[in-house]
Design a protein around this ligand. Sequence first.
Ligand SMILES: [Zn+2]
Length: 257
Amino acid sequence: MKPLELALAFVFGVAFGSFANVAVYRVPRGFSVVSPGSLCPGCEHPIPWYDNIPLASFLILRARCRSCGVHISVRYPVVELLCGLAWAAMVWRIGVHPELPAYLAFATALVTLSAIDIEHHRLPNKVLGPASIVGAVLFLGAAAIGGRWVNLEHAALGALFYGLPMLFIGLAAPSAMGGGDVKFAPYLGFHLGWLGLRLVLAGGLLGLVAGGLGGAAALLVGGKGMKDPIPFGPFMAAGALAAILLGHSILSVYVGG
Ligand SMILES: [Zn+2]
Protein backbone atom coordinates (compact mmCIF):
# COMPACT_ATOMS: atom_id res chain seq x y z
CA MET A 1 0.00 0.00 0.00
CA LYS A 2 1.43 3.33 -1.08
CA PRO A 3 1.82 6.05 1.57
CA LEU A 4 0.21 8.51 -0.85
CA GLU A 5 -3.00 6.43 -1.00
CA LEU A 6 -3.17 6.27 2.80
CA ALA A 7 -2.52 10.03 3.10
CA LEU A 8 -5.26 10.80 0.55
CA ALA A 9 -7.65 8.48 2.37
CA PHE A 10 -6.88 10.29 5.63
CA VAL A 11 -7.49 13.74 4.10
CA PHE A 12 -10.80 12.69 2.50
CA GLY A 13 -11.81 10.90 5.69
CA VAL A 14 -11.21 14.07 7.71
CA ALA A 15 -13.34 16.03 5.23
CA PHE A 16 -16.15 13.49 5.53
CA GLY A 17 -15.67 13.70 9.28
CA SER A 18 -16.77 17.33 9.16
CA PHE A 19 -20.00 16.22 7.42
CA ALA A 20 -20.34 13.55 10.10
CA ASN A 21 -20.12 16.32 12.72
CA VAL A 22 -23.08 18.08 11.10
CA ALA A 23 -25.13 14.88 11.37
CA VAL A 24 -23.93 14.24 14.95
CA TYR A 25 -25.13 17.68 16.03
CA ARG A 26 -28.30 18.05 13.97
CA VAL A 27 -29.96 14.62 13.62
CA PRO A 28 -30.63 14.04 17.36
CA ARG A 29 -31.97 17.60 17.62
CA GLY A 30 -34.33 17.10 14.67
CA PHE A 31 -32.63 19.75 12.47
CA SER A 32 -32.08 19.38 8.72
CA VAL A 33 -28.59 18.10 7.85
CA VAL A 34 -28.71 19.85 4.45
CA SER A 35 -29.44 23.48 5.29
CA PRO A 36 -28.54 25.97 6.54
CA GLY A 37 -24.75 25.85 6.27
CA SER A 38 -22.55 25.58 9.35
CA LEU A 39 -23.69 27.79 12.23
CA CYS A 40 -22.12 28.39 15.62
CA PRO A 41 -24.26 26.48 18.16
CA GLY A 42 -23.76 29.40 20.57
CA CYS A 43 -24.59 32.55 18.56
CA GLU A 44 -25.98 30.93 15.35
CA HIS A 45 -23.57 33.10 13.36
CA PRO A 46 -22.75 31.45 9.99
CA ILE A 47 -19.26 29.98 10.08
CA PRO A 48 -17.13 31.20 7.13
CA TRP A 49 -15.22 28.59 5.15
CA TYR A 50 -11.86 29.72 6.55
CA ASP A 51 -13.10 28.97 10.09
CA ASN A 52 -14.57 25.64 8.99
CA ILE A 53 -11.43 23.80 7.90
CA PRO A 54 -11.42 20.35 9.51
CA LEU A 55 -8.91 19.94 12.37
CA ALA A 56 -7.01 23.15 11.49
CA SER A 57 -9.74 25.67 12.41
CA PHE A 58 -10.26 24.11 15.82
CA LEU A 59 -6.55 24.61 16.60
CA ILE A 60 -6.29 28.09 15.06
CA LEU A 61 -9.41 29.34 16.88
CA ARG A 62 -8.27 27.59 20.08
CA ALA A 63 -11.66 25.88 20.47
CA ARG A 64 -13.63 29.17 20.51
CA CYS A 65 -16.19 30.71 18.13
CA ARG A 66 -14.69 33.80 16.43
CA SER A 67 -17.97 35.72 16.84
CA CYS A 68 -19.14 34.96 20.37
CA GLY A 69 -16.23 33.10 21.95
CA VAL A 70 -18.37 30.10 22.94
CA HIS A 71 -16.35 26.96 23.58
CA ILE A 72 -16.28 24.52 20.64
CA SER A 73 -16.63 20.89 21.69
CA VAL A 74 -13.55 18.71 21.34
CA ARG A 75 -15.96 16.27 19.68
CA TYR A 76 -15.48 18.17 16.38
CA PRO A 77 -11.76 17.49 15.88
CA VAL A 78 -12.06 14.01 17.45
CA VAL A 79 -14.78 12.94 14.98
CA GLU A 80 -12.75 14.39 12.07
CA LEU A 81 -9.57 12.67 13.22
CA LEU A 82 -11.32 9.33 13.78
CA CYS A 83 -12.93 9.47 10.32
CA GLY A 84 -9.54 10.23 8.77
CA LEU A 85 -7.88 7.35 10.61
CA ALA A 86 -10.77 4.97 9.87
CA TRP A 87 -10.66 5.82 6.15
CA ALA A 88 -6.89 5.23 6.01
CA ALA A 89 -7.36 1.96 7.91
CA MET A 90 -10.03 0.79 5.45
CA VAL A 91 -7.86 1.60 2.44
CA TRP A 92 -5.00 -0.27 4.11
CA ARG A 93 -7.13 -3.32 4.90
CA ILE A 94 -9.51 -3.52 1.90
CA GLY A 95 -7.27 -2.01 -0.79
CA VAL A 96 -8.53 -0.26 -3.89
CA HIS A 97 -11.29 -2.73 -4.76
CA PRO A 98 -14.97 -2.40 -5.76
CA GLU A 99 -16.10 -2.92 -2.15
CA LEU A 100 -13.90 -0.08 -0.81
CA PRO A 101 -16.63 2.63 -1.09
CA ALA A 102 -18.93 0.47 1.05
CA TYR A 103 -16.28 0.26 3.78
CA LEU A 104 -15.51 4.00 3.63
CA ALA A 105 -19.23 4.71 4.09
CA PHE A 106 -19.30 2.08 6.87
CA ALA A 107 -16.35 3.72 8.68
CA THR A 108 -18.02 7.15 8.46
CA ALA A 109 -21.33 5.77 9.73
CA LEU A 110 -19.65 4.00 12.68
CA VAL A 111 -17.91 7.20 13.82
CA THR A 112 -21.15 9.21 13.37
CA LEU A 113 -23.34 6.70 15.21
CA SER A 114 -20.81 6.21 18.03
CA ALA A 115 -20.54 9.96 18.62
CA ILE A 116 -24.35 10.29 18.74
CA ASP A 117 -24.67 7.27 21.05
CA ILE A 118 -22.05 8.66 23.47
CA GLU A 119 -23.80 12.05 23.62
CA HIS A 120 -27.49 11.04 23.40
CA HIS A 121 -27.56 7.32 24.28
CA ARG A 122 -29.30 6.35 21.08
CA LEU A 123 -28.58 5.20 17.53
CA PRO A 124 -31.07 7.18 15.43
CA ASN A 125 -32.93 5.48 12.58
CA LYS A 126 -32.32 8.67 10.58
CA VAL A 127 -28.62 7.71 10.41
CA LEU A 128 -28.84 3.92 10.60
CA GLY A 129 -31.56 3.69 7.93
CA PRO A 130 -29.76 5.68 5.19
CA ALA A 131 -26.43 4.03 6.14
CA SER A 132 -28.01 0.58 5.70
CA ILE A 133 -29.44 1.49 2.29
CA VAL A 134 -26.11 2.99 1.16
CA GLY A 135 -24.29 -0.15 2.35
CA ALA A 136 -26.70 -2.50 0.54
CA VAL A 137 -26.48 -0.50 -2.71
CA LEU A 138 -22.67 -0.24 -2.61
CA PHE A 139 -22.26 -3.96 -1.89
CA LEU A 140 -24.72 -4.82 -4.65
CA GLY A 141 -22.62 -2.69 -7.00
CA ALA A 142 -19.37 -4.29 -5.80
CA ALA A 143 -20.84 -7.78 -6.26
CA ALA A 144 -22.05 -6.93 -9.77
CA ILE A 145 -18.72 -5.36 -10.83
CA GLY A 146 -16.50 -8.09 -9.40
CA GLY A 147 -18.87 -11.04 -9.74
CA ARG A 148 -18.60 -11.43 -5.96
CA TRP A 149 -22.06 -12.86 -5.31
CA VAL A 150 -20.70 -15.29 -2.71
CA ASN A 151 -19.47 -12.35 -0.65
CA LEU A 152 -22.90 -10.72 -0.91
CA GLU A 153 -24.49 -13.97 0.28
CA HIS A 154 -22.06 -14.02 3.24
CA ALA A 155 -22.92 -10.40 3.97
CA ALA A 156 -26.63 -11.25 4.14
CA LEU A 157 -25.90 -14.27 6.36
CA GLY A 158 -23.66 -12.08 8.52
CA ALA A 159 -26.55 -9.68 9.08
CA LEU A 160 -28.66 -12.62 10.29
CA PHE A 161 -25.88 -14.20 12.40
CA TYR A 162 -25.19 -10.95 14.27
CA GLY A 163 -28.75 -9.64 14.20
CA LEU A 164 -30.73 -12.65 15.46
CA PRO A 165 -28.81 -13.32 18.73
CA MET A 166 -28.96 -9.60 19.53
CA LEU A 167 -32.70 -9.65 18.83
CA PHE A 168 -33.12 -12.54 21.28
CA ILE A 169 -31.03 -10.74 23.92
CA GLY A 170 -33.03 -7.56 23.31
CA LEU A 171 -36.33 -9.42 23.74
CA ALA A 172 -35.16 -11.44 26.76
CA ALA A 173 -33.43 -8.56 28.57
CA PRO A 174 -34.65 -5.21 27.24
CA SER A 175 -32.84 -3.38 30.06
CA ALA A 176 -29.47 -4.78 28.97
CA MET A 177 -29.80 -4.16 25.24
CA GLY A 178 -31.34 -1.06 23.71
CA GLY A 179 -33.48 -1.18 20.58
CA GLY A 180 -30.83 0.80 18.71
CA ASP A 181 -28.21 -1.85 19.48
CA VAL A 182 -30.53 -4.57 18.14
CA LYS A 183 -30.94 -2.64 14.87
CA PHE A 184 -27.21 -1.85 14.74
CA ALA A 185 -26.20 -5.54 14.84
CA PRO A 186 -27.40 -6.60 11.34
CA TYR A 187 -25.74 -3.49 9.87
CA LEU A 188 -22.43 -4.53 11.42
CA GLY A 189 -22.93 -8.20 10.54
CA PHE A 190 -23.58 -7.31 6.92
CA HIS A 191 -20.23 -5.52 6.58
CA LEU A 192 -18.34 -8.16 8.55
CA GLY A 193 -19.96 -11.02 6.64
CA TRP A 194 -18.79 -9.81 3.23
CA LEU A 195 -15.19 -10.38 4.41
CA GLY A 196 -15.98 -13.81 5.88
CA LEU A 197 -18.46 -15.34 8.27
CA ARG A 198 -15.81 -15.96 10.92
CA LEU A 199 -15.29 -12.20 11.12
CA VAL A 200 -18.96 -11.87 12.15
CA LEU A 201 -18.21 -14.08 15.15
CA ALA A 202 -14.96 -12.23 15.91
CA GLY A 203 -16.58 -8.79 15.57
CA GLY A 204 -19.61 -9.73 17.66
CA LEU A 205 -17.54 -11.30 20.44
CA LEU A 206 -15.02 -8.44 20.51
CA GLY A 207 -17.91 -5.96 20.74
CA LEU A 208 -19.65 -7.87 23.53
CA VAL A 209 -16.44 -8.38 25.52
CA ALA A 210 -15.39 -4.72 25.11
CA GLY A 211 -18.90 -3.56 26.04
CA GLY A 212 -18.98 -5.84 29.07
CA LEU A 213 -15.57 -4.60 30.26
CA GLY A 214 -16.57 -1.01 29.57
CA GLY A 215 -19.81 -1.44 31.53
CA ALA A 216 -17.96 -3.04 34.45
CA ALA A 217 -15.38 -0.22 34.41
CA ALA A 218 -18.18 2.38 34.41
CA LEU A 219 -19.78 0.65 37.40
CA LEU A 220 -16.46 0.65 39.27
CA VAL A 221 -15.48 4.23 38.44
CA GLY A 222 -18.78 6.07 38.29
CA GLY A 223 -21.04 3.77 40.26
CA LYS A 224 -23.55 3.95 37.45
CA GLY A 225 -26.75 2.04 38.11
CA MET A 226 -28.60 -0.12 35.60
CA LYS A 227 -31.00 2.78 35.02
CA ASP A 228 -28.26 4.70 33.27
CA PRO A 229 -26.39 2.15 31.18
CA ILE A 230 -23.34 3.24 29.25
CA PRO A 231 -23.95 3.32 25.50
CA PHE A 232 -23.17 -0.04 23.94
CA GLY A 233 -23.04 1.10 20.30
CA PRO A 234 -19.46 2.44 20.34
CA PHE A 235 -18.22 -0.89 21.72
CA MET A 236 -20.06 -2.84 19.01
CA ALA A 237 -18.59 -0.47 16.41
CA ALA A 238 -15.08 -0.80 17.84
CA GLY A 239 -15.41 -4.60 17.92
CA ALA A 240 -16.46 -4.67 14.27
CA LEU A 241 -13.62 -2.36 13.21
CA ALA A 242 -11.08 -4.38 15.20
CA ALA A 243 -12.33 -7.59 13.59
CA ILE A 244 -12.06 -6.07 10.10
CA LEU A 245 -8.57 -4.71 10.71
CA LEU A 246 -7.08 -7.56 12.76
CA GLY A 247 -9.58 -10.39 12.47
CA HIS A 248 -7.64 -12.55 10.08
CA SER A 249 -4.52 -12.49 12.26
CA ILE A 250 -6.54 -13.12 15.45
CA LEU A 251 -8.43 -15.98 13.83
CA SER A 252 -5.31 -17.56 12.36
CA VAL A 253 -3.81 -17.71 15.84
CA TYR A 254 -6.86 -19.29 17.50
CA VAL A 255 -8.48 -21.23 14.69
CA GLY A 256 -5.38 -21.96 12.66
CA GLY A 257 -6.73 -20.54 9.44
ZN1 LIG B 1 -20.63 31.83 18.25
